[in-house]
Ligand binder design. Structure first.
Ligand SMILES: Cc1cc2nc3c(=O)[nH]c(=O)nc-3n(C[C@H](O)[C@H](O)[C@H](O)COP(=O)(O)O)c2cc1C
Length: 159
């Protein structure tokens, strides 16, 4: 059976996710950042997480080279940040507050959860590559996260 690409995409959009911005610095010093909802936790001990980067992303080479990266889970007020980091060929870091970690990774000032990671494994994943990171630093101010469902930003309601 051959799947219709549009129908497959729509079906995958029925899995509700949060939204992250993943950042890193390339070997030649360029800061990169990419909006990603492929993020998932993997292991508690050791603390491992994953995300998948598209092979046609401008930031692909930088993430392949980077020994470190940071994952920022966005909060409910950050739709604009999600849009910014999902836009190609703009100076993303000129539009937003950030600082540099000791290892040079750009860290956004605002987030719901921030994870600093070392690149642990890279796996082939079709038109994406799966990056597994080991978390070595974490900050969790515990604010309401931004949701994403069926291609739209969504509010997370808990009971
Ligand atoms: C909600 C949302 C989720 C996304 N998830 C991913 C993802 O998991 N992996 C990915 O490579 N791109 C993802 N993208 C697309 C990238 O954010 C987009 O292609 C971006 O322009 C990449 O930046 P770059 O080309 O500067 O690297 C997502 C976009 C949106 C709006």
């Amino acid at each position: 059976m051959t799947l219709d690409a549009r129908e497959f995409r729509d079906a995958m959009g029925c899995f509700a996710t949060g939204i992250t911005v993943v950042t890193a610095k390339s070997n030649d010093g360029e800061k990169v950042g990419c909006t990603a909802n492929s993020f998932s936790s993997v292991s508690l001990d050791p603390p491992l997480v994953l995300w998948a980067v598209a092979k046609n992303a401008n930031s692909y080479d930088a993430f392949m080279e980077a020994k470190h990266f940071a994952i920022h889970v966005l909060h409910a007020g950050q739709e604009n940040v999600s849009r910014l980091f999902a836009t190609k060929d703009v100076d993303k870091f000129n539009e937003i507050g950030w600082t540099e970690s000791q290892d040079g990774t750009p860290l956004l000032d605002d987030y719901s959860v921030r994870l600093e990671c070392t690149t642990e494994h890279i796996y082939e994943g079709g038109d994406h590559v799966i990056i597994v990171g080991r978390v070595f630093e974490m900050d969790n101010p515990d604010v309401e996260p931004l949701g994403f469902y069926q291609g739209k930003y969504a509010k997370i309601v808990t009971e």
